[in-house]
Design a protein around this ligand. Structure first.
Ligand SMILES: *[C@@H]1O[C@H](CO)[C@@H](O)[C@H](O)[C@H]1NC(C)=O
Ligand SMILES: *[C@@H]1O[C@H](CO)[C@@H](O)[C@H](O)[C@H]1NC(C)=O
Length: 470
């Protein structure tokens, strides 16, 4: 390809991202340090910058790392280790001290965006699950005492699900629901933080090569997998796994909490099926493109993906199978293990590897069965706008509902039956409800990225009558 035509394509690509109404997602990288041969933190910050990586996650609050990040504009998620959960849960004085010595000396010169309280706590060797939510609350309160507003969350493993297939039947393990998931989701909802989830299609692929295609696992072109219940066609196992967690949250009525994928990756070496350099490059490269091009998953088209790749380096002191030491994007000598884009700038410079048309957020097209429709008519529900969502978000969601979404928006046109009251919230509510009813009230169809929620009483906006079914 000539350089002028690749320049043109790069320009077109950036233009299409900038003018597209789809919000682009976010890519971050996990900076693990279970190794004895890694470059020092100052060199690592240079490496991050030169690759356009502006978000990282670490597994502790290492002071050399946090100091090196000062002034770098790279936002970091830090972690309170599982071993400290018990103390953190027991005593506010402990978390006061923890915040005093691990956060306040660095923030905000070092941008600490989130605290991950523990890591994959439900599968940790010592059972510390009972301490998790109390520890999260204590950390949060200690931050607030110091007027510091930082997200407080906790990465859960995908094994927290009892069911993940079909995607829309996703549900949490029953023993986790009342004890920890509900209190945790309620905390996240109140504090406006995301649920952190570690998602590894690699682990699902290995034992199931007869039923899961490698193309589907690596986000390559494939015919997709249809969820018969929701009607969504999934083009990647990654998106199906994320939506299975969303379905599990929806089932507990927490349909406004968003997910951040706190870890995902694919090893470039190992004995398991699928491990290898070419596959790792495909998985990570295709995922980065998918995230940066924008849009959410089929069930949550308005929640752009936020994904932290695992990991920055190969880590030679990790235990377990060979693959464990080979998740890195970089070797310890800072050479790339494979060449993939990591930022929007990279995408524009690697036009030969980019799809030029952004994949639009797929509009939900559920195919409800007769049984679903009848069952839904028993307890009637409606969808209304969330007044707190903000004008921009409501307007975008309204535009989507009345446009691609296919809602019936005639009644809110000037002079028509539901034009009054002439407010954004009232009009958005009408449109969201129309969309929701047309989708037969399936889970996820009254969300619009948090701009809408389900109610069980008929909405009241002037004399406007809200339909309950089509
Ligand atoms: C909380 O996390 C979200 C998602 O990563 C981010 O957009 C937001 O800015 C964070 N909030 C703060 C206060 O850093
Ligand atoms: C952890 O402890 C709680 C109660 O303390 C219990 O309900 C739960 O089943 C335990 N989990 C595991 C994996 O042993």
């Amino acid at each position: 390809m000539s350089s002028s035509s690749s320049y043109l394509i790069a320009t077109l690509f950036l233009f299409s991202i900038i003018t597209s109404s789809i919000a682009t997602g976010i890519i971050g990288v996990n900076y693990g340090r279970v190794a004895d041969n890694l470059p020092g933190p100052t060199k690592v910050v240079q490496l991050l910058k030169s690759n356009g990586i502006d978000r990282i996650k670490i597994f502790d609050t290492d002071s050399n790392v946090l100091k090196a990040l000062s002034g770098s504009k790279i936002a970091v998620t830090v972690c309170l280790p599982n071993e400290q959960l018990k103390s953190a849960a027991a005593d506010q004085a402990f978390t006061d001290n923890w915040v005093q010595s691990n956060i306040l000396p660095y923030h905000p010169d070092t941008i600490i965006e989130s605290v991950a309280v523990g890591n994959e706590v439900f599968v940790a060797p010592n059972n510390v699950t009972d301490f998790l939510v109390p520890a999260m609350k204590n950390i949060y309160n200690s931050l607030i005492k110091n007027n510091v507003r930082i997200n407080v969350s906790s990465p859960i493993a995908l094994s927290s699900l009892a069911t993940s297939y079909p995607t829309s039947s996703g549900s949490f393990k029953p023993e986790l629901i009342e004890t920890v998931m509900k209190p945790m989701l309620s905390f996240l909802q109140k504090t406006g933080s995301h649920l952190m989830v570690n998602v590894y299609p690699f682990f699902a692929y290995g034992p199931n090569t007869d039923t899961i295609s490698l193309d589907y696992a690596l986000l390559r072109d494939n015919k997709g997998v249809k969820d018969e219940k929701s009607g969504f066609v999934y083009k990647s196992l990654f998106e199906a796994q994320v939506d299975a967690v969303y379905a599990a949250m929806d089932a507990l009525q927490f349909n406004d909490v968003k997910i951040v994928v706190s870890e995902t990756g694919w090893p470039s070496k190992g004995d398991e099926a699928g491990a290898g350099q070419e596959n790792a490059a495909q998985y990570n490269g295709n995922l980065v493109r998918r995230v940066l091009i924008g849009g959410g998953t089929p069930a949550k088209p308005n929640n752009p993906l936020i994904v932290y790749l695992f990991a920055l380096f190969n880590e030679n002191q990790k235990t377990g199978p060979v693959s464990e030491q080979n998740y890195g994007l970089f070797y310890p000598n800072e050479q790339k293990v494979y060449n993939i884009p990591l930022s929007l700038a990279d995408l524009a410079n690697m036009p030969n590897k980019v799809e030029l048309t952004p994949t639009p957020a797929p509009a939900p097209r559920p195919v409800p069965t007769q049984g679903d429709v009848q069952a839904n008519n028993v307890g009637q529900t409606w969808c209304v706008a969330n007044g707190k969502a903000g004008e921009k978000m409501l307007q975008n969601a309204l535009d989507y509902a009345c446009g691609e979404g296919g809602a019936d928006c005639r009644p809110i046109q000037s002079g028509d039956t539901c034009y009054n009251p002439n407010t954004l919230e009232a009009h958005a509510s009408y449109a969201f409800n129309s969309y929701y009813q047309k989708q037969s009230r399936v889970s996820g169809s009254c969300d619009f990225g948090g701009a809408a929620y389900v109610v069980s009483q008929p909405p009241r906006y002037g004399n406007c009558k809200f339909p309950t079914g089509y």
